[in-house]
Design a protein around this ligand. Structure first.
Ligand SMILES: C[S@@+](CC[C@H](N)C(=O)[O-])C[C@H]1O[C@@H](n2cnc3c(N)ncnc32)[C@H](O)[C@@H]1O
Length: 225
């Protein structure tokens, strides 16, 4: 018998497919957040905790904000934005889904985090090249493969010279064909960042937490320039 998590995942894929058939690759996210009606367990990726793979790297590298400017791309309910804020970063965080941002603001009450509803492809004109630290968790993988290069380029554009970029994603081998949403990212796809002047400073493949067929997670860290 399917467990609740499997049911939620299947329903999410169905909603994404319905929107995708209409050529809308972003609208389904807000639909998922709205349908959840305040219950994060109805959202496959929302566990109200900082991403555990990111946290392993952050703890291991003794990440500290020291007032530096951080951007969280596709921040969802804001768990990673809160984590970075509490490490001492000045945090800006955005998501295309208005319901996620409204929810994130409530969960972040009392913290000075600059949240906005924004599309990665039409960002605030002040953001490109403006951030010391940019974090992307699971935002590349749910967007269509045809957009992959554009998504990576758009995320890379937020990092300032000497800034740092961290990507946390489901990963696949270069020769593997992704079969279903969320579409894992390959090392070859990430190597595109090197053409934008990024240098990889850390890469780790960690085992995924799925019970049935664990999907590896990549944590990739880059500096620009
Ligand atoms: C799989 S969720 C991950 C959310 C969050 N990073 C986390 O790990 O909990 C992907 C997020 O990216 C957001 N997103 C998708 N397309 C986007 C776009 N074009 N611009 C900004 N955010 C986007 C979605 O609304 C969703 O919150």
């Amino acid at each position: 018998m399917a467990n609740v998590e499997d049911i939620v995942r299947e329903r999410t894929k169905q909603v994404a497919a319905e929107f995708g058939e209409r050529g809308d690759h972003f609208g389904w996210f807000d639909e998922i957040y709205r349908n959840a009606q305040g219950d994060n367990e109805q959202i496959p990726w929302a566990d109200l905790e900082p991403n555990k793979y990111f946290k392993v790297w952050a703890d291991g590298s003794e990440l500290k904000g020291d007032g530096k400017k951080a951007l969280v791309v596709g921040c969802g309910l804001g768990d990673d934005a809160i984590f970075l804020h509490d490490l001492g970063f000045r945090v800006t965080a955005f998501d295309i889904a208005p319901t996620a941002i409204e929810w994130a603001k409530k969960l972040s009450e009392g913290r000075d985090i600059d949240y906005s509803v924004a599309d990665l492809f039409k960002p605030d004109p002040q953001w490109p090249g403006a951030f010391d630290f940019v974090l992307e968790v699971y935002t590349i993988q749910p967007l269509p493969l045809e957009m992959r290069n554009d998504v990576i380029d758009a995320i890379a554009a937020f990092v300032k010279n000497d800034g740092e970029l961290v990507i946390v994603t489901r990963g696949r081998e270069d020769h593997e064909e992704p079969v279903e949403l969320p579409w894992p990212v390959s090392r070859k796809e990430l190597s595109r960042l090197e053409t934008h002047g990024f240098k990889q400073t850390f890469f780790e493949e960690m085992p995924g937490g799925e019970d049935d067929l664990p999907i590896p997670r990549f944590v990739a860290v880059y500096t620009k320039g």
